[in-house]
Design a protein around this ligand. Structure first.
Ligand code: V47
Length: 365
């Protein structure tokens, strides 16, 4: 790295040297870097670190989403997707409708279906299992990334099953991995203000721990840009780093930018580009054990996704199209991204676009 040294303090210089020599930085050092390092330095450090993990590659995936319902027993303050049963914007697909939807949206060459939705009051583990089995029957070779920890926990507790038992059942039905959703922010004070009703942080972490014990890989998210502080963000990624030390089961970390329209936290507005880039960069620098950092276009927007690649992200998710409504319902005007759009984002930022499957194996065509 060639950054002019007199542009930052001796303390920051020590932290940079520590990181560059391969020694893990502490949460306090991450907070200092976030607050005090010049933005370009943070970017350069994160990019240097990203290259160690994935060289000049930026990964993308050919996938689509299914959101079987947006009816949800939880009323999270940041969520614009959630509806009550009697809302005119509510939907709840039958098994037949889910199969028809999958047939309509599955295109040749796709390697992953991402299944996530609201926690419907009538949801059961058997229904979740039936959805997975029905998808497996029509798409035998696709990788099924199914449900967030919050959905798993609801149906497992309802069935009186341990997390291990529930996950084994769904794995036997054909589930290959689980999504990173529902993590929000682990710090209990903020969590109780934004999503007091949903499963706690420790349950979220326990569910992923159980999945990893069974060899089921998962992603991890963090919702940022609302009431949380920088300390809360670092605390969140520290808890993920700690769990990853034990299990090694997280494939990617995904910072999700809070989008404010049509929910009860609209008054907060949205994070600046500087916050978005610093959050991506510090995640790449601090998480020395999670291989990939995902910049998610539906949440970040296309331009900010491109910048995020220059600040340490190495994954831009997939062809998703308009099969996720979580962000459009929160006011994001997303262009439908084709495979060639994804490749352009990567190459415009100076990287080589590489198609991957769910587990980051390179797809050779
Ligand atoms: O948990 C909901 C977030 C998540 C808003 O596993 C919002 O690879 C911003 O988990 N503004 C669901 N975010 C989506 C998710 C996800 C996305 C991409 C990849 C993966 C993966 C998982 O969406 C929720 C919540 O944190 N969310 N509302 C909002 N207004």
């Amino acid at each position: 790295m060639n950054f002019p040294k007199n542009t930052f303090s001796a303390h920051i210089e020590l932290i940079i040297d520590k990181h560059l020599s391969g020694v893990r930085i502490t949460p306090a050092e991450a907070i200092a870097l976030y607050n005090d390092a010049p933005l370009m330095l943070l970017g350069e450090l994160a990019l240097h670190t990203k290259r160690k993990w994935s060289q000049n590659n930026v990964f993308y995936n050919k996938n689509f989403h299914i959101e079987p319902t947006n009816i949800c027993i939880y009323n999270c303050k940041f969520c614009s997707f959630r509806q009550t049963r009697d809302s005119s914007q509510a939907w709840n697909m039958s098994l037949e409708q889910i199969v028809d939807y999958a047939k309509e949206n599955y295109k040749d060459g796709m390697t992953e279906v991402h299944l996530v939705g609201g926690v419907h009051p009538d949801a059961t583990i058997e229904y979740y299992g039936d959805i997975i089995k029905a998808l497996r029957a029509i798409m035998p070779s696709i990788s099924i990334k199914a449900f967030s920890a919050i959905e798993h926990i609801y149906v497992f507790e309802k069935a009186g099953l341990s997390y291990h038992e529930g996950l084994k059942y769904l794995r036997d039905c054909g589930m290959d991995s689980i999504t990173g959703g529902g993590a929000e922010i682990f710090e209990n004070g903020v969590r109780s203000k934004i999503c007091s009703e949903k499963a706690s942080s420790s349950k979220w972490l326990d569910l992923h721990h159980a999945a990893h014990d069974l060899g089921i890989k998962s992603a991890a998210t963090m919702l940022y840009g609302h009431l949380e502080s920088v300390e809360d963000r670092i605390n969140h990624i520290e808890q993920l780093r700690d769990l990853q030390d034990i299990t090694g089961g997280f494939t990617a970390f995904i910072p999700l930018k809070f989008r404010s329209k049509h929910n009860s936290m609209e008054y907060l507005g949205e994070s600046t580009l500087i916050t978005d880039l610093k959050t991506i960069a510090i995640s790449r620098i601090f998480l020395d054990n999670i291989p990939h950092i995902k910049a998610y276009p539906p949440s970040l927007g296309i331009d900010n996704t491109l910048f995020a690649l220059m600040f340490g992200a190495d994954d831009i998710d997939g062809t998703v199209n308009d099969t996720t409504k979580i962000y459009s319902m929160a006011g994001v005007d997303n262009k439908i991204l084709t495979e060639s759009d994804l490749c352009s984002i990567a190459s415009d930022a100076g990287f080589t676009a590489v198609e991957r499957d769910t587990f980051y194996n390179i797809v050779a065509r």
